[in-house]
Design a binder for this molecule. Structure first.
Ligand code: SF4
Ligand code: SF4
Length: 211
């Protein structure tokens, strides 16, 4: 069936045409050295967070609630799933986690000791992670729930995601995806061929053959 055969009538029926980067295609077992670097980062940040006054971050609850509200439409999640986390590749072994995020988490869990907070984050790390990406980046997405993620992660939207977030729910989106991630997509020396295409709507995802 033609991919556009069941489009709704009206302005949103004109597909929004977006270009996406790609997240890393492969996963590998997590090296012990990476886990140790993450543990050391968490410990250092928790020590700073513990010295901050409770409630130090500005309106974190509102920010997380906003993000949850954004996901009332299924389109943003579908877009990021098709991309596969093309912006997570710089998360490395720090996952953008800083003292304000950890302070917010500690405020929400006042019974937890600093050691338990570190353990809670380490518990979310899986044995296999996406090659060349954030330590929390798995084949199925981020292993941290939103309330444990950094404000950077919760607030970030690439241009394509921002357009989808601003679009009406009935919007149909035609997506073309290229090989490189969000940060290397303009490198002329790298192969950035099209490696996927799809039509996204509130009712589903229709992948299209490329090449
Ligand atoms: S915000 Fe953009 S780059 Fe990041 S996962 Fe979503 S679509 Fe990909
Ligand atoms: S913590 Fe999650 S959302 Fe943030 S960079 Fe890592 S995988 Fe991506």
């Amino acid at each position: 069936m033609n991919a556009f055969a069941r489009l709704p009538a009206g302005p949103a029926a004109v597909p929004l045409q977006l270009l996406l980067p790609s997240g890393p295609p492969r996963a590998r077992p997590l090296a012990a050295t990476r886990r140790e670097r993450y543990r050391a980062h968490l410990q250092a940040v928790v020590d700073i967070a513990a010295a901050l006054a409770p409630g130090t971050p500005t309106a974190p609850a509102a920010r997380v609630a906003e993000t949850v509200s954004d996901t009332a439409s299924l389109l943003p999640g579908r877009l990021c799933a098709l991309c596969g986390g093309g912006c997570c590749t710089r998360g490395s072994d720090h996952a953008y986690l800083g003292a304000p995020t950890l302070r917010r988490f500690m405020d929400a869990h006042p019974g937890m000791s600093p050691e338990e907070v570190v353990a809670a984050y380490l518990d979310r790390v899986t044995h296999k992670t996406q090659t060349g990406s954030c330590i929390n980046h798995t084949r199925t997405g981020c292993s941290l729930p939103r309330d444990m993620r950094s404000d950077t992660c919760n607030d970030y939207a690439c241009d394509s995601l921002a357009q989808v977030q601003a679009a009406p729910r009935e919007q149909v989106v035609l997506v073309v995806r290229r090989k490189q991630d969000q940060w290397r997509r303009d490198r002329a020396d790298l192969d950035n061929a099209v490696n996927g295409a799809a039509v996204l709507s509130e009712t589903g995802v229709r992948r299209m053959r490329v090449g």
